[in-house]
Design a protein around this ligand. Structure first.
Ligand SMILES: [Zn+2]
Length: 275
């Protein structure tokens, strides 16, 4: 599933391609994709003004409104290419642009998860209203972060991936952040010392910015249809030697989600049971 760093690069690279372009046609191929009403997106004749992001949602804005919010969920991705290219069966939304190109939302696989909303104001829109703080924004202050952790009797992995607390971090980058902060994913948030809290607070934006730069190095201004993750330290590397200390990267399951960590660098010395 794309997370904040993937979406930031996608947002930048799509901006180059579609901002300033006008929509000439809209086709919604999947019933239920649009959560705000009928299976239609009334943006014909509208011109893209910008692409924003909030948490794991991309926000496509048009001059004079409205805003199209897209959540790619697990399998969704965005395709930009010549309109003459026939849409595949996995295409669930097609926006035809005035330059002969299409922007398409593709979701392969059987499970329909991707979602779209058409809203007059993203600030009050249903999927965004309840999101937590943006970790790359000025609002992610030391005080805000301490308040967020205070008394929270939950494992750090759960705190970091809770979109209502901090928006945009998922399974992969929670692992990377915790590795960078040298903290165990199973530590309970309320047990952190002030020094550990500060380390975590600093590691969150640092790890995310580092990832954005690494992804950009690899894709340039190109689009990509699956996450670029070969540079990660621990996530997806279970059993491989830690890039820092050589200890095999460990793995546990948290609610069916893989959590990868270095037992040595992150001080996880208790044997843990997987699911
Ligand atoms: Zn290590």
């Amino acid at each position: 599933m794309p997370e904040l760093p993937d979406l930031e690069v996608l947002r930048d690279n799509l901006t180059l391609r579609i901002v300033g372009r006008t929509i000439r046609g809209v086709e919604v191929y999947r019933t239920g994709l649009v959560r705000t009403g009928p299976d239609s997106i009334a943006v014909e004749g509208r011109t893209f003004s910008q692409i924003g992001r909030r948490g794991k949602h991309l926000i496509f804005s048009f001059h004079g409104g409205p805003h199209l919010i897209v959540h790619l969920m697990r399998w969704g991705w965005l395709w930009h290419g010549p309109a003459s290219y026939p849409p595949s069966r996995a295409t669930i939304l097609r926006l035809a642009l005035d330059d002969g190109f299409d922007l398409r939302l593709i979701e392969p696989g059987g499970q329909p998860l991707a979602a779209a909303w058409v809203v007059p104001d993203p600030a009050t829109a249903e999927p965004l209203r309840k999101l937590g703080v943006e970790p790359l924004s000025d609002a992610f202050t030391w005080d805000a972060f301490r308040a967020l952790l205070a008394g929270r009797r939950r494992p750090l992995k759960k705190v970091l991936t809770d979109q209502h607390l901090i928006a945009g971090i998922g399974n992969a980058y929670a692992d990377e952040v915790l590795f960078a902060a040298k903290l165990s994913p199973v530590r309970y948030a309320h047990t952190l010392t002030e020094g550990e809290q500060e380390r975590l607070w600093q590691a969150i934006p640092e790890a995310l910015r580092w990832a954005i730069a690494e992804i950009k190095k690899r894709v340039g201004d190109g689009l990509f249809d699956k996450e670029v993750r070969d540079f990660l330290y621990v996530h997806g590397r279970a059993g491989n030697p830690c890039r820092v200390c050589g200890t095999p990267v460990g793995e546990i399951l948290f609610d069916d989600q893989r959590t990868d960590f270095c037992p040595r660098c992150q001080g996880v010395n208790q044997p843990m049971r997987g699911a």
